[in-house]
Design a protein around this ligand. Structure first.
Ligand code: AMP
Ligand code: MG
Length: 321
C-alpha cells in the first residue's frame, strides 16, 4: 500500500514495564499507514482519547500524499501553481526546509522523485539507470519550495513527501493537546515514533526499548526518558526489492540511491518528535561518523546507533537501562 508515511519500524520500539497507575486508558487507531496508540496514565479520560484520535486523522488528511484532496496531494498535482494550504501544513513545510539545511540535505522532503524511481524499479524488476536518477535529481531540492504565509509553491517539477517527518509533527501535536488538557503522564506511539509525555505516575521515567534491526522482535537496548521523543529510522522492515535484492526505502538525496552504509538503525532522543523524526532519517543517510558529529553538535539531542555488525553506540546523554 501507500508508502507516504513509513510504517517504518512499527515493531521496533516496545514500551516496557507497567506503570504505577491502576488504570491507564489506551486507544489504538490505524492511521498514517501504521498502527498508532495513545495511552494516558494520569490526567485524562476517554473524551480526551477521542480528541487525540480525531487530531491524528485530521493531520493525516492534510499530509498524506496518497489521499487525493490532502494538502500534499494538491501541491503535488498543482504543476508549479501556488496552492493555499492549512497553516499547519505551511508551518511543517517551513520546518522541513530548515531541517534540510541543518542536515546538509540528508533529510529532504523533495526526495519523492527518487522514491518514485525506486517504486517503479520494484514494479519492473529493473534498477533505475544512472541517467534516470540524474533526471529525477533535478527535481530534488528544498530551494525549489516557496512558502509565503499559507501559500506554497513547488517550482522546477519538485514534489513533496512528508513521510519522514509527519508522524513526528503529529506526535508533537498530540502531546501538546494532552498537556493542554491537563494530562501529565502519557505515551504516544505512531509506528516507530514514541513520545513520552511527562513521566510515570510514580515518578519513574518511561522505559522505551529499541529493536534489534537484525531481529526486530528482540530489543537491543532500552532507554529511560521523561518528556522526550524516541524515534527510530532503519531499513529492516521496509524497502524496495528489485530483481531479488533488497534496498533501503531511505534514499540519499545526493546520489538518488538507497542508503547502504555502516548503520542498521538510528534512534534519536530529543524534546521535539518532529526534530527527532527528521534527524533519525538524516542520520541514517549520513552514516555513523557524520551522524555522530551532527548529533554531538546539537543541544538536547541524543542518539543510539546500531552499526552493521550489531554494535550499539549511544551518545553521552542517553540513559540506558
Ligand atoms: P523515516 O522512516 O522517518 O526515516 O522516513 C522514511 C520515508 O521518508 C521513506 O519511506 C520516504 O517516503 C521518505 N524518504 C526517503 N528518503 C528520504 C530522505 N532522504 N529525506 C526525507 N524523506 C525521505
Ligand atoms: Mg523520519
Amino acid at each position: 500500500m501507500k508508502r507516504w508515511l513509513c510504517i517504518g519500524l512499527c515493531a521496533c520500539l516496545f514500551l516496557l514495564s507497567g506503570c504505577a497507575s491502576a488504570k491507564p486508558l489506551s486507544r489504538d487507531t490505524f492511521a498514517l499507514d501504521t498502527t498508532c496508540s495513545v495511552t494516558i496514565y494520569d490526567g485524562g479520560d476517554e473524551t480526551l482519547l477521542d480528541e487525540c484520535v480525531r487530531l491524528i486523522a485530521a493531520r493525516e488528511a492534510l499530509w498524506s500524499r496518497t489521499k487525493d484532496d490532502s494538502d500534499i496531494a494538491r501541491l503535488n498535482a498543482a504543476d508549479g501553481a501556488p496552492v493555499t494550504v492549512d497553516e499547519a501544513t505551511a508551518s511543517l513545510i517551513s520546518t522541513a526546509i530548515a531541517l534540510a539545511g541543518q542536515t546538509n540535505g540528508a533529510f529532504d522532503v523533495t526526495a519523492l522523485a527518487l522514491t518514485q524511481q525506486w517504486e517503479q524499479a520494484e514494479k519492473s524488476g529493473v534498477l533505475p539507470r544512472d541517467e534516470e536518477l540524474a533526471a529525477a535529481l533535478t527535481a530534488v531540492g528544498v530551494q525549489h519550495i516557496g512558502v509565503s504565509g499559507s501559500t506554497v509553491t513547488l517550482r522546477n517539477g519538485v514534489t513533496l513527501d512528508l513521510g519522514a517527518i509527519a508522524k513526528g509533527q503529529i506526535g508533537d501535536d498530540v502531546a501538546a493537546l494532552l498537556k493542554e488538557r491537563g494530562c501529565t503522564s502519557a505515551i504516544i506511539e505512531l509506528g516507530g515514533n514514541v513520545v513520552a509525555v511527562g513521566e510515570k505516575p510514580n515518578g519513574d521515567p518511561f522505559r522505551v526499548g529499541i529493536a534489534d534491526p537484525r531481529n526486530p522482535n528482540e530489543m537491543i537496548a532500552t532507554v529511560a526518558v521523561r518528556d522526550c521523543a524516541v524515534v527510530t529510522s532503519g531499513s529492516y522492515e521496509r524497502g524496495f526489492t528489485v530483481a531479488g535484492k533488497r534496498y533501503s526505502h531511505i534514499l540519499d538525496p545526493n546520489t538518488g540511491k538507497p542508503v547502504d552504509n555502516d548503520l542498521l538503525s538510528v534512534t534519536i532522543l530529543c524534546a521535539s518528535s518532529t526534530t527527532a523524526d527528521a534527524l533519525s532519517t538524516a542520520c541514517f543517510v549520513m552514516g555513523f561518523d557524520r551522524a555522530k558529529v551532527l548529533v554531538d553538535s546539537l543541544d538536547g539531542v541524543e542518539a543510539v546507533f546500531v552499526k552493521t555488525g550489531g554494535e550499539t553506540v549511544a551518545t553521552a546523554g542517553v540513559t540506558l537501562v
